[in-house]
Design a binder for this molecule. Structure first.
Ligand SMILES: O=C(O)CCC(=O)C(=O)O
Length: 306
């Protein structure tokens, strides 16, 4: 998805204040659980092609997820809420590190092939006992791409359960291609325009509960939604979009993306810069412009795409 509201008014940057980052993380090399690598690969790819998603995919150790969450919350205390800040990987090094982690890219490579562009990264946070939900939608409807060689990862940094409003998907719905969406006025809908596919048969939907460190991967035509967080804890996920370099932008030539694996024979995008330090003034300036570009793309999609 990529049509959620920015937490700050368009064009306003996060103020740069001095802060002391927490100590750097100890990196652990995770191993995909019980199956051997190639068997697991086959299953992921077959499931993804058939169902339009795979879940749960174990990626990080639970303690690693907890350390990432602690650093994100530390950053929030210094800079303000990070919920749904687009292109967060260009200003916050921890998000950049996660989105480019070898274990993550190995799965993305299984699903969309060896050449991978990182398109967008956001945290999606549901506060405890909040009414905010996500209506049924398809991500690709609002992104302006020429094709659909794409996958989104939703990586849990805290428990994502039915109670806390984990993702729900309709298996196989990606095969229906683009469905009509309506802009629905509902301030508890996290989506930027309240874009909604009506009449979804929810009896066919399945939940994707995740433990911290596990992820789901879904295709951009897969119908998905999520319920409010009725638990007493924050539900925090890192949402990352990867595309194949062949994908062109049809509605906004200013969109940017970064090659994170393989090669780019197409050069459709000016490259984003990964943050190696946190919230640097020059990166924040660039980031404000990037957010305006992202918002222009969402706003340019027709209200009813069919
Ligand atoms: O975080 C959520 O609840 C919904 C996420 C979503 O719609 C997405 O990842 O595309």
């Amino acid at each position: 998805m990529r049509a959620l509201a920015s937490p700050r008014p368009a064009g306003k940057t996060i103020a740069h204040r001095p802060w002391s980052p927490l100590p750097a993380p100890v990196e652990h090399l995770g191993r995909r659980q019980t199956l051997s690598g190639s068997k697991q690969k086959e299953i992921d790819r077959v499931d993804f092609d058939r169902d339009g998603y795979v879940s749960p995919v174990p990626l990080l150790f639970e303690r690693e997820a907890a350390a990432h969450l602690a650093r994100m919350e530390h950053a929030e205390r210094a800079f303000g809420k990070l919920h749904y800040v687009s292109k967060i990987h260009t200003i916050f090094s921890d998000a950049a590190r996660l989105a480019t982690d070898r274990r993550v890219l190995d799965v993305v490579e299984e699903l969309i092939g060896p050449d991978i562009l990182l398109f967008d990264v956001t945290y999606i946070i549901k506060e405890p006992r909040s009414p905010h939900h996500v209506s049924w939608h398809q991500d690709l409807t609002y992104w302006g791409f020429s094709a659909d060689d794409q996958v989104s990862m939703w990586l849990a940094l805290s428990p994502a359960s039915e109670e806390s409003g984990c993702m729900r998907v309709v298996p196989g719905s990606h095969k229906r291609g683009r469905l009509p969406h309506e802009d629905v006025d509902d301030e508890t809908n996290v989506l930027h325009r309240g874009q909604t596919v009506r009449g979804v048969d929810e009896t066919r939907a399945v939940s994707c509960p995740l433990r911290p460190g596990e992820a789901s991967f879904h295709h951009g035509w897969t119908l998905h939604a999520s319920m409010p967080n009725s638990s007493g804890a924050r539900r925090v996920g890192l949402n990352v979009q990867y595309i194949a370099p062949s994908m062109r932008q049809l509605v906004n030539a200013q969109e940017t993306a970064l090659l994170v694996r393989g090669r780019d024979a197409f050069h459709h995008y000016a490259p984003d810069e990964l943050a190696f330090r946190d919230f640097e003034p020059r990166a924040l300036e660039r980031h404000a412009a990037l957010e305006r570009v992202r918002k222009a793309t969402w706003d340019s999609a027709p209200a009813s795409a069919s």
